[in-house]
Design a binder for this molecule. Sequence first.
Ligand code: 0O2
Length: 223
Amino acid sequence: MLNNMEQWKSMAYRYQFALRELETKIMILNTEWTMDDGYTPIEHVKTRIKDPASILAKLERKGFPLSLESIRDKLFDVAGVRIVCAFVEDIYRIASHFKDREDLRIIEVKDYIANPKPNGYQSLHLIVQVPLVLHEGVTWINAEIQIRTLAMDFWASLEHILFYKYDKHVPSSILQELTEAAQAANQLDQKMLKLREEILSREESTLSDEFLRRKQTIGALSS
Ligand code: 0O2
C-alpha cells in the first residue's frame, strides 16, 4: 500500500494542515477566554499525527484493507489533538463550544467519562471534520479531539507507557490495581471540583458582603 509514497505524503500534509487549523482555533479560543473571563479552561494542548506503523497496525486490528482509502475513510484519529483541562466541567464547556461552531463538523462523541472503559480510561473524544481550503476546493479532514483533565491525562499517559497495545497478558490483579488508580484519579477530580465550587461561592459571598457595605455607606452619606 505505502508503495505509493507520493500519495501518502500528500495525505499526511493534509492531516498536518488540519491539525494546524485546529491548533489555531484552540489558540484563539484560549486567548479570548483569558481576556474576557480572566480564566481559560484549557491547560495545555498537544497534537500528533499517527505514525505509519500505528496506522497499519490499527487497520489490521480492525480488519480494514491496507489502503489509502481505508486510512481516509475508516480511521478517524490519524490527526489527533489532546486538550488537557483543570476541571471536569471544563471538558464539557469546551465540547459544547465546539458543537456550536460552524467551521467544524462533529461526527461522533465518545464519552468515556460518563462510560469509562473497563480498565478505567476516561476522556471525552470528539470525532470531527475540519475544512481545509485548498486550491482545488474545500476538503473536510477527519480528526480526533481528546479532552480530559490533568488527572485523567496523568493516568492515561502512564497506562499507555505501561500496558496499552501490549499483546502480553496483563495479570488480572494488575488490571484491578490499574482500575483502582483510575478511580483515585476520578476522586481527585471530584475533590478539586468541590474545592473550586467552595472557593467560588466564598468569593461570591465576599463580593456581596462588600457590595452591602458600600450600599450602607452610600445610604449613610446621603441621609
Ligand atoms: P494511540 O497510540 O494513542 O494513537 P473504536 O471506537 O474502538 O472503533 P478507536 O479508534 O480504537 O475505535 O477508538 P477509541 O477506543 O476511542 O480510541 C481512540 C484513542 O483513544 C486511542 O488511539 C488512544 O489514544 C485513546 N485510548 C483509548 N482507549 C485507551 C486506553 O485504554 N488507554 C489509553 N492510554 N488511551 C486510550 P489508539 O490508536 O488506540 O492509540
